[in-house]
Design a protein around this ligand. Structure first.
Ligand code: RP5
Length: 160
């Protein structure tokens, strides 16, 4: 399968340093994805087009990262039934607390699965997107289990 199943979108090219960790996780698991800059504030029409066309284009999960007044994940979730995973990008002014609170506190009815601030959140968004896809892809489930087992095996018993 070569068409992207996961859309990794972000509000700015400056978010890539964080969001690349979602891409890295998907690369490690052999999941095909696409990356796009889609800003809720600067490119609102691009946002509408992306969200409205995502399902028809074959995407299954959207990972959306943004910082500051981070409306992107919620706005995308408002316009597609696909699962949307939100990554709060660490902002300079408020260390990502603004991003987190902007993304996490959605009103009931339009869910965004909100991850941790920054690198860990982006990495986990990639892993969670893969886990969602793995519920209907036995080979991916096998790769995900192997990845997790390798992580477990890599944890030292002695901290020195
Ligand atoms: C948000 O504003 C972006 O998601 C980014 O995290 C933040 C700053 O964007 P730039 O000014 O670096 O383009 O929309």
């Amino acid at each position: 399968m070569t068409h992207p199943l996961v859309g990794i979108i972000m509000g700015s090219t400056s978010d890539w340093a964080t969001m690349q960790h979602a891409a890295d996780a998907l690369d490690a698991l052999g999941v095909v994805y696409e990356t796009r800059v889609v800003s809720a504030h600067r490119t609102p029409h691009r946002l509408v087009d992306y969200a409205e066309q995502a399902d028809a284009r074959g995407l299954k999960v959207i990972v959306a990262g943004a910082g500051g007044a981070a409306h992107l994940p919620g706005m995308v979730a408002a316009m597609t039934h696909l699962p949307v995973l939100g990554v709060p990008v660490e902002s300079k002014a408020l260390s990502g607390m603004d991003s987190l609170l902007s993304i996490v506190q959605m009103p009931g009815g339009i869910p965004v699965g909100t991850l941790a601030i920054g690198h860990a959140g982006a990495k986990n968004a990639g892993l969670l997107a893969a886990a969602i896809l793995a519920t209907s892809d036995a080979l991916l489930a096998k790769r995900l289990k192997a990845w997790r087992a390798a992580q477990t095996d890599g944890v030292a018993t002695d901290p020195r």
